[in-house]
Design a protein. Sequence first.
Length: 353
Amino acid sequence: MKATTRSAAVFAAALSALLAAAPASAAPPASRGGGGETAWKPRDPAAAPDHKTPWHLFGAPAENSAAAQLARARRFESGKRWSAAISAYQALVHNWGSSPEAPEAQLSIGRLLEFTGDYEEAFKEYQYYLDHYGAAGTGEFGYADVVAAQFACANQLRTRISSSPWSPSYNLVSAMFRKIAENAPDAPRAAESVYLQAMSLELGGADDLAVPVYERLVVKYPASELAVSARYRAAFCRTRLSERSPNDERTLSHALEALRRAISLAPGSPDAAAAAERERELSARQTAQAFARAEFYDRVRGKPEAAALAYRRFLERFPDAAEAPRARARLAEIGATLPPDAPAPGAPAAAAP
């Protein structure tokens, strides 16, 4: 009985120590607003792990110094004991994060995770390295090399996206490419990272989120060979948004403007023919909507003055439309039925004396 009580006390003490060592970031963020409510912000799926603090019970280092722990991890790695090597490197960073050996250990974690195919975790561990040790660099493997390794990880996941429930998510892959562009906005592959970020969002059906990313690429990297394609992709995204809200005239107008601008700036693009076809489809829809509005005032509301104004505006905007002859004929009929002292169809009413 005494042995059982003593074991329970030892376990309780160990559990208390473990909870006390938990990182502060695990706690909910403090409220910034009124009312005493706790503010919550979703975690960036591509963010680095929380700040590494000493581990207890599981994951504690087997050696008494960072140098000895690094040597132990290297032995595991040389023996191709990848899991043991990663755990040993992790223990070093958690317990001696400010030591001279920590950058090499952290970089080795990312490198081994990438080598064993765990690309998501490798990306995040590389990000931890950039956040905490990137300025110093480790040997010949510097900041730009780590960003390049992140790009390789993100690209591996991008090529594996599918309908499978085990497939990487578009949201994750997009966030990874966004993080790469943030890490090195002037790197050779920065524009490509932004493009792949937007493409991941587009393929995931988030056209509303993809549009500003494509358009930001055009503004920030106008000399990139991807700028032309990004302009067209943004126009196609706007087209789909318009199709999902067929009665939204503003969304339709923005889509038409984007298509026409893309075609005018790069008429030789491989996307130009498809864009021209979509422009014709949207133009026809815009014309039909404008004519239907005039007919609504005419046939449904029975307001000849308002209908005449709508027909006149229609003819000003679409003088060569297929509906134009009908609009002119109806405008003449309405003009003939108005009282002699009524203003001309579409003309402003006379001011009171």
